[in-house]
Design a protein around this ligand. Sequence first.
Ligand code: NAD
Ligand code: TYD
Length: 354
Amino acid sequence: MKTKNLMVTGGCGFIGSNFIHYLLRQDDFTGRIINVDKLTYAGNPDNLEGIEKNYPDRYIFERADICDPGLMEDIFSRYGIDAVCHFAAESHVDRSIKDPGAFIYTNIVGTFNLLEAARSHAGDFILFHHISTDEVYGSLGKEGLFKETTPYQPNSPYSASKASSDHLVRAYGKTYGLPVTISNCSNNYGPYQFPEKLIPLIALNAKEGEKLPVYGDGRNVRDWLYVEDHCDAIWTIMKSGRRGETYNIGGNMEMENIVIVEMVCDMLDEITPIHRGKNGPRKNLITFVKDRPGHDRRYAIDFTKLQNELNWSPKESFESGIKKTISWYLENSKWVQRVKNNEYHSWISEQYKL
Ligand code: NAD
Ligand code: TYD
């Protein structure tokens, strides 16, 4: 992968920032990263603290909205962008249910703008890698796994907007011959995840002895992948994946939500007894709340294509990954305090009314 000027969109978000940390450590990446991020509520420059200083010639930050086509074209020209790794998105299902508009603009129109910029620089352009989700495939019953050939059946405005962007990327490959790859990944967890998502939300509430909201009966299943394994899979696909192809990425780690919540409670009880005058095990804080509308029951990924073609498989076990994650949130209280700003508090109180 001989990219000289790689545009990473959404590099201040959870997976994007992990990817930038990961990529700058790889011997087989020698190019420069141009991180394009609008810094929405989910974008946090703290996730990349020290990067500008440590890699002054290899990292540039551009605060920009991918929904602005003129600006995207300008950034492509100015930096000679020859590849894109596209993370930027509105990413939270619950927010897409409350307010779908931003998901349509950023996830669909924003992706279209980037594809157009890439198309207009087609001569020098090496790869457009699009980061997507397994949620485009809809919901599974008790049996079966999502394959790359599973028909799309998105159920939330979030997954519908991601499905739409996947189709656009694929179409630009077929119609214009743009070199594209797409990856559809299962649920990630790890450092720098915004605490509106299940694992960091539960870990931080449990730490503080606050209620732990579990949707419906808590028996919905997700397939969990440690974020660093996701980054490794993305780079593997960018380097060696067949152009025009889609690759599923998963953790082989199906878990019911309630099992994860209980595990996080037990781990925190072991590390630190509950405080603020609250007694008993943290499991007592579990509160079943009204289910999410259209809540997908089960996701599970078949990633044999990635395994067989590119020899990738996840390295981190859930036990060690979740331990590292919990420790990271406990050790980074400054990061947590800064993330829990007014917008965060109003979202949480509006969403849960616990
Ligand atoms: P995130 O919400 O943590 O980060 C999104 C980033 O995109 C933020 O930095 C935000 O500022 C930026 N952004 C949003 N709108 C923008 C715009 N209009 N212009 C420029 N930047 C903008 O998301 P994440 O969890 O890191 O997810 C990254 C990607 O991975 C998304 O495309 C998501 O669909 C996909 N994905 C996520 C998961 C998961 O478990 N989190 C799983 C599979 C796929
Ligand atoms: P989430 O982290 O929002 O990811 P996604 O919806 O993209 O899979 O949610 C993961 C699972 O946890 C999902 O089944 C919804 C559930 N959930 C809760 O039970 N309580 C919560 O507070 C949150 C945020 C999620």
